[in-house]
Design a protein. Sequence first.
Lengths: 339, 375
Amino acid sequence: MHPLTVRRLLWTCGGLALLLLASVVLALKLGAVPVSVTELVLDLGRIALGRANELPSEYRMIIFDLRLPRILLGILVGAALSVAGASFQALLRNPLADPYVLGVSSGAALGSILALIIAPGLAVMTPVGAFVGAIATIAGVYFLGRREGQLDSTTLLLGGIISASFFSAIIMFLMTTLAGRDLRGMVFWLMGDLSTPISAGMQWVFTIGLIAATVAIYSTSADLNLLLTGEREATHLGVDVTRVKLVVYVSASILTALAVSSSGAIGYVGLLIPHIVRLIFGSDYRLLIPASALCGAIAIVLADTLARTIVPPTELPVGAMTAMAGAPVFIYLLRRGLR
Amino acid sequence: VFLARLFYLLPEILRMRSQDKTRAAEGTRIGQRNRAHANIVAAILALLALPCGGAWARQTNPQQSHASRAAASSTHEVTDEIGRRVQVPQQATRIVSLAPNLTEIVFALGEGNHLAGDTDFCDYPAEALQKTHVGGTVNPNMEEIASLMPDLILATSINRRETVNALDRLGLPVYVTDPHSVEEMIMSVEHIGNAVGVEKTSKALSENLHARLADLDRRVSGSAQRRVLFAVWTEPLISVGRDTFIADALRRAGGRSVVDTATEWPHVSMEEIVKLQPEFVIFASAHTGDAQHDLETLRSRPGWRDLTAIQQGNIVVISDAVNRPAPRMVDAIEQLARALHPEAFASGASRSLSTITADHPEIESDMEEVCLCTH
């Protein structure tokens, strides 16, 4: 790989941003009501000029009140999960780490369900509960994975898988015993679903939270590069390992919590996207973090578009799409890596 | 909460930046680059986030589109069955139903021609199949609903609350029903009649249903209740809880579910059923295709073959209308009552007796006793 320059970073991120824009236009175009791209561009222009009232109201409702918010949520969720995945992979020095595999998503899901049960009226409690669940899970899995002061990758992953199934069992238990109207829709949500829009307040919390946490992780990316060589080596090179780990754990947990509390547990994105980005652009975290965010956004936007349009008018949960596409790609990457 | 997080993170970021600076001063090129990169990425992220925020800010005034439409045609406010206040038109002409029972009610009220869309599961009456489908009951396609430009959407307890909230946010009027008994189903018919704008028809329909149920009650109230098992599903066995409309339908047909739980759709242990030995096993005909209530199949299955009701062939398969809180449910109740209490429907004499007693309820009990004695 060529050494990373600011120019290369800008070109890569700019190119990916254009690709993201193209997938957003595609996602806006496809759906129950078909629209042509020219029409769409003209209408976006009208909206930009503040002449939105000229558009027919059902059309405005479908494209701009239904499709656009869903696409934007997809961008946020995809970016959050991919950055969280890339961060966990660096921290645990394990290429198989991701919020879903480590059980962090399940922990966040359990946390938000508990928050829903304890304080059903407070919408803001859901991401807080998810955050508590996420950070508790990653702490638990981290301690499970430690053996004689060293992180054992197999124990770590097993710990994650066991935590995930344990939390899923508790969630099933809660949903059966407290079978009320509020928890029933959760089956869908647990699979990872973008069809339920989040409230306006949550949209802002998510947007700002995503930026803050990503910037926080990004500012440690040089340290993460060194950390990949080993904790002791990084310490010798002047990295404050404890602080970096704390910042990244907290930020990655915030990202997971935001994604899970607004769209459920969407799997494989956090695992696969950083891998694909590494294959294409190299493993320098200073490029990996922003490129993963953009690629994750593209992946979720495209996966959700497919989920919306594959069996009309019925919609599939986007989690089913990412798992269907993600698992085979993951196996391919695994086999390739082994050779 | 978010602010707290931000406050926590900002000093972290600043501290790291300053550390990068010191490192850069020491001549570490990594730090220098890192700082430049961090700034660039922050700028890119902010640029990306701004349009997101802008787009969302725009859709925070959801009632706008509806308000303009509401002004165009006259509407009135009603309170739905879960206590939400809904602006409904005087005369709904573009109705979207989000559940099969609601579709049936709309057709029973003679408003089928005003039904603009229904779900993939709406199969009765046959005209319902011809309507535009908006997807399933749990995950209807919002775009499809919006494209139909409904002036009234009907939802019920099997729909997700999230769906109702999302439609609310689009400014579309959603009337939500929540029937837990046969009586509440009839009330839903009246409420929907009011919301759709056909009060007279719904009143007449509800009176007719009440009269039929009263007649049924006269017939079966004299006989002992049959202890029954209603099987919603056989593998695994799922039955009904006491607060469901099906349990109520069983009671009205002169039966009593051996399963008595607060859970609405309990997953019941077969051992428990073998211990309780119901007199009749009841199925709804919806799953005829997979023959899961085929007598021969059940006789060979462990657990099921130990039930006296199965051994003696006391299996009742009734119309799947029993699963749907709609007027047709009364047909299913009558059908079940005939199967559980053939004696109450046995002779023409019984029929005429009950017709006579209809106007004189005070002599009804004596008559019933006479019927039972002669039986």
